[in-house]
Design a protein around this ligand. Structure first.
Ligand code: FES
Length: 786
């Protein structure tokens, strides 16, 4: 092994604080180091060329660069290694700028000592690194889109237009989703089906799309690049290829009237029907729950399309990626008993009003009071029914209800100018392009807005509906009669999402919608590699956002599969089958469904592994490890840091790559000064920190250990920091049992933007440990082998 160490001056950024000559000299004495150079700017061509030349001339086979944060130039140096023919994973970057010279500007000696320790730790790790290789596997380029609403349609068309073969599976007999049922859509008030129907037709006609309507997914197995999808297509008892869509012929003779679910139950339809006039496919279907099998439709059909012997058909196909666009379902207004929905006939939901307003709805666009069939004179909208309401378990805002009620209120005002319309709201949420203007326009049209909760709806002595409400702007309790009340019901996760979440192992948030990999940076990625989420499956959102997410999911799928092959991350977990006892701890810990115990041994899907390392920390027999941050490498770093204890108190800090390490870098770029006592070890996630590492550090002489990760709920690996918290909480009890004060271990959640907080944490911890005294005194009292 021939290690080359390159120390960068970074102009004066490093060299003005750290004594480069002294450092150079000390590193030269280090065991295993073949060559040491200090260079003005390592990242410059001169630095890169020097490195290239040395690799060739001096047979350097492992490289340590002590310079700025690895986030800046790790890739630069990897490329140099690649050009020199060296495995690019035999490189270690030691951060002596952001985490040393810039934060200890007035402590030259201590900063020099710290830089030396950090290099020593780097060399210890580097000596144990193994060359790693990237493996490629063939990936299926086809994509499954689950759900034929507007988000799914947009995703499917974007993919199909760019040449990808798409399977779309929709549970209803038609695609179009909720948008196909709406009358007009805000903020432009254009006809919903007019803008959607052409896209629905495009889906049906596209040669790159296989459409399965009235179908269900039963199982999805496999992983990114190679998912196997199994499902069934329910019998519609009408042959799609034969049916001409002339629904009158068959429906006219059908003797069974049923309430129409596509009109929210307000209108009537027949047991054989076309869900909506613009249905895709343009094919009738027989609702088998109601059909009496009289056969009249079969006799009447001029196209011989009816087939009562039709059976559910199974389908199986493979895809490389899955887009989940299963949408939402409306809140059941009956759960808010105080509003009398289902009891008082003249209390409707917003969706029912949509169908009344719709020209192809049950009243052909006329808004009538259901009990009198007359035009309403006074209409009230009640906002936040089933949203922002802890009593029904939905504390979230449904985002569209304010705008949707304003839109429907405008429709009523336009059609019936004499009708009084009032919107009872808690807060108006009108944040979006043209939304505020829309709100103002609603006010200008004479729509009243009353701020405050509606307590209940009662029937007064005259038999009229009476609203009791609070006006929080006037600070009064009021009551008012209305002849029509519309409940702005919120959105809830669709029932159809649940089985999909189960088969794909997707995680859900506390509001029960599907969670995404990162709330800001990865808005359509699921936690499972190769699965994307578009539209309301991941929470309430407007049509335009759903469309944008449909496109985004398509783009993400294309980016993933375009080359027809996938690469593993060489840092993915690997299992020592000899040691593995098949206890399934790793399988339970992995948040990405990446590990399976097969024949009693854990097996990692290295293409899907996200490399967080939580599985490794959870393994009771150390059978699972992370290449490039193995247990042995981390312990070697710890031992190197403690070899000569040159400071008191000495702190070992395990910082997660994404947030807390970045916060330490930010402290550096902001030149926030803190004590030199900390030696940082970077891990991908706080969840990687094995309790053994903490014990190794404390028993080896560290006076304190910090485990820091992203803020809770913001871990880049879903709940890696919760895993860490759980482990460290347990470990604190163990510390006490072996005679160590629990304060020897500090757990912190620090975001990447909190450089100042990172510095303050170190400062406070140094004070606390100074008061506590050296760890040695406590260790002597306990039995470290317990
Ligand atoms: Fe920061 Fe998990 S990535 S704690």
């Amino acid at each position: 092994m021939r290690i080359g160490v390159y120390i960068c001056h970074c102009g004066l950024n490093i060299a003005s604080v750290i004594n480069m000559d002294a450092l150079h000299e000390k590193v030269e004495q280090m065991k295993g180091v073949e060559l040491v150079k200090d260079i003005q700017f390592m990242c410059s061509d001169v630095g890169q060329d020097a490195l290239m030349d040395d690799i060739e001339e001096h047979d350097i086979d492992r490289v340590l660069v002590a310079a700025c944060t690895p986030k800046l130039h790790e890739n630069t140096f990897k490329k140099v290694l690649e050009r020199a023919g060296l495995n690019t994973y035999l490189l270690e970057i030691v951060n002596i700028r952001e985490q040393c010279s810039w934060v200890h500007m007035d402590h030259h000696d201590m900063a020099t000592q710290k830089a030396f320790d950090l290099i020593k730790m780097g060399v210890a790790k580097l000596s144990l690194l193994e060359p790693l290789r990237i493996r490629k596997i063939k990936a299926n380029k086809d994509v499954l889109v689950i759900g034929g609403g507007v988000a799914g349609i947009e995703a499917a068309l974007t993919l199909a237009d760019s040449g990808t073969h798409v399977y779309m599976v929709e549970k209803e007999p038609t695609i179009g989703g909720k948008m196909a049922l709406l009358n007009e859509v805000f903020p432009t008030n254009d006809c919903s089906i007019c803008v959607l129907a052409p896209k629905m037709t495009d889906v049906q006609n596209h040669t790159n799309i296989d459409l399965f309507t009235y179908s269900e997914i039963k199982d999805i197995s496999g992983s990114v690049g190679n998912f196997t999808v199994k499902g069934i297509q329910n019998p519609r008892y009408v042959i799609i290829d034969n049916c001409k869509g002339c629904i009158d012929e068959c429906a006219r003779v059908c003797p069974v009237d049923i309430s129409n679910p596509f009109d929210s139950g307000l209108g009537k339809t027949k047991a054989i029907n076309m869900p909506i006039p613009q249905a895709i496919p343009q094919t009738a279907f027989i609702n088998s729950d109601y059909c009496v099998g009289c056969g009249l439709c079969k006799q009447a059909c001029p196209a011989d399309a009816i087939d009562f012997n039709m059976k559910a058909e199974e389908f199986t196909f493979t895809v490389g990626a899955v887009i989940v666009a299963t949408g939402y379902q409306g809140f059941d207004a009956k759960r808010k008993e105080e509003y009398g929905y289902g009891v008082f006939p003249d209390v409707l939901t917003n969706m029912e009003l949509e169908r009344l307003l719709n020209a192809s709805g049950p009243t052909r666009g006329k808004v009538v009071v259901p009990s009198t069939k007359e035009t309403p004179k006074k209409v009230a909208f009640i906002q936040c029914v089933g949203s922002r309401d802890e009593t029904v378990g939905n504390p979230y805002c449904s985002r569209v209800c304010c705008m949707s009620s304003m839109k429907n209120a405008q429709m009523i005002k336009e059609r019936y100018p004499d009708t009084e319309v009032t919107i009872h709201y808690i807060d108006i949420r009108a944040a979006g392009e043209m939304y505020e203007e829309y709100y103002v326009r609603s006010q200008m049209m004479g729509i009243d807005f009353i701020r405050g909760k509606v307590a209940e709806i009662q029937i007064d002595t005259q038999g009229k509906m009476l609203l009791r409400y609070e006006d929080t702007l006037e600070c009064t309790l009021c009551q008012e009669n209305y002849d029509l009340v519309v409940l702005a019901t919120g959105m809830e996760p669709s029932n159809t999402t649940e089985p999909i979440a189960r088969t794909l192992n997707l995680t859900k948030r506390t509001d029960r919608f599907l969670s995404i990999a990162h709330p800001k940076m990865r808005p359509v990625d699921a936690h499972i590699n190769g699965v994307f989420i578009a539209g309301c499956a991941s929470g309430p959102k407007e049509i335009q956002v759903s469309i944008a997410q449909g496109s985004a999911s398509a783009a993400r799928s294309t980016r993933l599969l375009a080359r027809g092959e996938l690469e593993n991350d060489p840092f993915s977990a690997c299992v020592d089958a000899e040691k593995c006892i098949g206890c399934r701890m790793c399988e339970d810990t992995c948040n990405f469904n990446t590990i399976k115990v097969i024949d009693g041994k854990a097996v990692v899907d290295e293409i899907s592994c996200q490399t967080c390392g939580s599985c490794s920390a959870s393994c009771p027999v150390d059978a699972i490890d992370m290449p490039h941050s193995t247990d042995a490498q981390i312990k070697a770093q710890i031992r190197a840091a403690l070899e000569v204890k040159d400071e008191f108190p000495l702190i070992i800090a395990f910082l997660c790559n994404w947030c807390s390490y970045a916060s330490a870098d930010l402290a550096g770029t902001s030149r926030i000064q803190y004590p030199t006592n900390v030696r940082i070890i970077k891990v991908m996630c706080a969840g990687r920190v094995d309790p053994d590492f903490v014990l190794e550090a404390l028993q080896g002489g560290a006076d304190g250990v910090i485990v820091a990760g992203c803020r809770l709920d913001e871990c880049h690996y879903i709940i890696g920091n919760y895993d860490a918290k759980h482990r460290m909480d347990n470990l604190k009890e163990v510390l006490e049992e072996i005679g160590l004060d629990q304060r020897r271990l500090r757990v912190e959640w620090i975001s990447a933007a909190e450089g100042e907080r990172f510095a303050k944490t170190i400062e406070d911890y140094v004070d606390e440990l100074t008061e506590l005294g050296p760890v040695g005194s406590e260790l002597q009292g306990g039995d470290p082998d317990e």
